[in-house]
Design a protein around this ligand. Structure first.
Ligand code: ZN
Length: 186
């Protein structure tokens, strides 16, 4: 488990009042989340809340612990792909390797390169509680691995190549998103 020290000039990003997304080092981010026993109307409400929180933050993925709820639910929404809700996701198979830049809505302004599997097979329940099997690759696979890690209390800083970790404040018009970022070259 890697811990980080937030530089003074970035601390305000971690104290935004009214932000539904929990920031590091909130302990909920380090807890192992519990499986969802039944997909109830309350779970649907939670999913709606996660979806709007993710969209408000221009995220491409979000895990329930990031809104303070320690349950095994993630959303992935790679650019140009529809949002997918994965309840109790399990990564059954990993293939190949990719290295790419990641950031996290719960760790604003910190970025680093992370090595991930290039292709994965995931078993989960969809938002209607129906079992599904997904084959994901590239960015979708990267986001899913980042989000499933959140359910086990694992953050991208634990997996990042440590020399690659760097602080950067995205400028107006520059994309910043969960799981990956369009900003490169730092
Ligand atoms: Zn994250």
């Amino acid at each position: 488990m890697t811990e980080i020290k937030i530089p003074k000039e970035y601390q305000w990003l971690y104290q935004r009042e009214g932000n539904p997304i929990v920031s590091y080092p909130d302990p909920v981010l380090r807890k192992k989340a519990k499986p969802v026993a039944r997909v109830t109307p309350e779970i649907h409400e939670l999913i709606e809340h996660m979806m709007s929180s993710m969209h408000d933050a221009y995220g491409v993925g979000l895990a329930a612990p990031q809104v303070g709820v320690s349950l095994r639910i993630v959303i992935i929404e790679p650019i140009d792909q529809p949002a997918r809700v994965l309840i109790n996701p399990q990564i059954l198979d990993r293939e190949g390797e990719q290295i790419g830049l990641e950031g996290c809505l719960s760790i604003p302004a910190l970025y680093g390169d992370v090595k991930r599997a290039d292709k994965i097979t995931v078993r989960a329940l969809n938002r209607r509680g129906k079992p599904v099997l997904l084959h994901l690759e590239g960015m979708a696979a990267r986001i899913a691995q980042h989000e499933v890690d959140h359910l086990d209390g694992v953050l991208f800083i634990d997996r990042a190549i440590s020399e690659s970790l760097h602080w950067h404040l995205p400028e107006e018009g520059e994309d910043e998103f969960e799981g990956a970022t369009a900003h490169v070259g730092h």
